[in-house]
Design a binder for this molecule. Structure first.
Ligand SMILES: [Zn+2]
Length: 111
């Protein structure tokens, strides 16, 4: 499954990702950043936890090979590589995750 289009207008706080099957995912920046899968945010644990804090201005979205997108944030953090599979599950869970209090946001599987 691949994204066909992403939208993250300057100043917006929601990342929108359109998928090849017509599904449109909306991921608040807070979740996209908080569930950053990079080793700096996650250590080397197998699952991905929500980490609060960090700048929420999405500066750049860069394709990585044919399997992932890299997110670059306003504070220079740019080591998160979001595989399409991981991004898709984050898209599908975003609404549910947003409703959870920060302390109860669950760990997610890596894509
Ligand atoms: Zn990170």
């Amino acid at each position: 499954m691949k994204p066909v289009r992403v939208r993250a207008p300057k100043g917006a706080r929601v990342f929108e990702v359109h998928w090849a099957d017509g599904y449109v995912g909306k991921i608040p920046h807070e979740l996209l950043r908080g569930y950053c899968p990079c080793a700096g945010c996650q250590g080397h644990a197998g699952t991905i936890k929500f980490v609060s804090g960090g700048d929420l201005e999405l500066e750049a979205i860069t394709p990585v090979g044919n399997y992932a997108l890299s997110m670059s944030w306003g504070d220079g953090h740019a080591s998160g590589i979001y595989s399409f599979k991981y991004l898709r599950s984050l898209s599908e869970m975003a609404e549910k995750l947003e409703a959870e209090p920060e302390s109860k946001r669950p760990r997610l599987a890596r894509g």
